[in-house]
Design a protein around this ligand. Sequence first.
Ligand SMILES: [Zn+2]
Length: 317
Amino acid sequence: MWWLAGFASVAFAAAACSAEAKDGGGAIVTYVTPAGTSTANAPASAGASATPSEPPELLLSTIEVYQSGAILASVTGTIASGSVTFLGRPFPLTKGTQSMYAFVPTDTEDPAGPQALRVDFTLPNGTKGSLSETVTVLKTKWTVDSLTFTDSQTETLLDPSVVANEFATLKAVYGKITLRKLWTGAWQLPLDGPVTARYGEQRSINGSVPSGHHGGTDIGVPDGTPVMATNSGIVVLARQLQVRGNMVIIDHGGGLFSGYAHLSSFSVAEGQSVVAGEVIAMSGNTGLSTGAHLHWEMSAAGILLDALRFTDGTNGF
Ligand SMILES: [Zn+2]
């Protein structure tokens, strides 16, 4: 298990994440017609051919998203580039198979209620336009747990400098955006087992007032249980950290990452490509952990998310 107060509320550099609705295989519930984007107003450019282009359309995986959920926003049609802005955060669009897309994250403390999601895009001829839709943020009810650590664990592993050092390592990894789609199809659980701590759980350590939010999903399994990649991507981290123990992080493209912590051993190395369901490691009890389990986390655009929402349908994909 593992958790950092305030970690999930830190948005790393301007980033973005993504996925493509048509590849996600989920319900597309919103259709938005473009406003003010007529190509008739496009500036004439010398030598430009009059190739017909499809007007951009915005597709959202859901228009009701829980705190720490994610919306898969796709823009179909012929656009050259674009970005999504939600709750004041910009997320660049990544080219998918049939559209451009972004996984738009929500954070633990984002305000509940309706919010505007806006896409700004540029057509191949340079014309700029925008699309928007209202998305309602739903409040997530966080669970609370009490934990006890030994003096040596709290002194060594909860040392602020240890936590800060690991935070910097993760921030550098999760803040990067690969503008290339590396995932495909549905997301899957890394292994089967009981969920022992949900994402966002608030914790009381050695009797302290509950605070912070657990940055991942804990699944209780014996040491040595095979851990599988939740989707395809490239291994960008496979090494020992002090708090999360042995950890693997997979880059799924577009600023979306999955992380697997407290492992006993690695089955992959940094730089290696993996496919969904491929065994990447064996579970364990390394780092700041009170028992054998897998800590599974997802990060989009530098914001940690509830990984289970990638498999339970509540994100609409
Ligand atoms: Zn955990």
